[in-house]
Design a protein around this ligand. Structure first.
Ligand code: ADP
Ligand code: MG
Length: 234
């Protein structure tokens, strides 16, 4: 599903240049659930942004679902992103002035889906994360865990093949974090490929495999106890 080869990302130029990723190579199979760990500043979010087609590598190859996206234009990347990827962020990234329902509808507006259909699909997605009774609430009227569930519903409405979650439980208490993790594990069991950054070893152990980053490089990989039964080849 995902293959990166000798991927590098350098921010800035000359004296202020920062090498955020240094010749990273790795793969994620279809249906796999991979956790990424590593100290702050080790390049985890940079990689997630590239995997999600929000940013482009300075060097190297990125093959997403058998397509080389490394050299695509912004416009082409946006298209792939809308089609294949759902994003979940630590800070939820919801629009404050919109209700849960309207937040979840947003990706479908970009896709040009009609209002009625959007409403129906957004309600379905919110029900799937257990928020049927909160669809008219705005983010400020929801708990952290509920906000993150709205964000998951929003990531799901376009039926992505991949979910990228950058510290999805980072701002949550352990109980809400566990709920979020349960939802992600359920989505993975339905066949969605998941890549998740976390600081929490217990959260990471829910994945099939843990990849450790340091200074823009992969320093170690290990299978978890769940690691045997994952994914198809491809
Ligand atoms: N937009 C940016 N411009 C310049 N430097 C950046 C930018 N984003 C990240 N960096 C730098 O790249 C390195 C990796 O950052 P990041 O990928 O956010 O790490 P992590 O998510 O592991 O904490 C850090 O040194 C960070 O300061
Ligand atoms: Mg980060």
């Amino acid at each position: 599903m995902i293959e990166v080869k000798k991927l590098s990302k350098i921010y800035g130029k000359g004296e202020i240049a920062v090498k955020a990723l240094d010749h990273i190579s790795f793969q994620v199979k279809t249906g796999e659930f991979v956790a990424i760990m590593g100290p702050s500043g080790s390049g985890k979010s940079t990689l997630m942004n590239i995997l999600g087609c929000l940013d482009r590598p300075t060097e190297g190859i990125y093959i997403l679902d058998q397509t080389d996206v490394s050299k695509m234009s912004e416009q082409e990347l946006a298209k792939i992103r809308n089609l294949k990827v759902g994003f979940i962020f630590q800070t939820y990234n919801l629009l404050a002035r919109l209700t849960a329902l309207r937040n979840v509808e947003q990706p479908m507006i970009y896709k040009g889906i009609a209002r009625k259909k959007r409403d129906q699909l957004a309600k379905q997605a919110l029900a799937a994360v257990g928020l049927d009774d909160r669809i008219q609430h705005k983010p400020a009227e929801l708990s952290g865990g509920q906000r993150q569930r709205v964000a998951i519903a929003r990531a799901l409405v376009n039926q992505p093949q991949i979910i990228l979650a950058d510290e999805p439980t980072g701002n949550l208490d352990s109980k809400s974090g566990e709920e979020i993790l349960k939802i992600l594990a359920g989505l993975n069991q339905q066949g969605i490929t998941i890549v998740m950054v976390t600081h929490d070893q217990k959260v990471a152990s829910q994945a099939h495999r843990i990849v450790y980053f340091q200074d823009g490089r992969i320093v170690r990989e290990e299978l978890t106890a769940n690691g045997g039964d994952c994914g198809e080849t491809g």
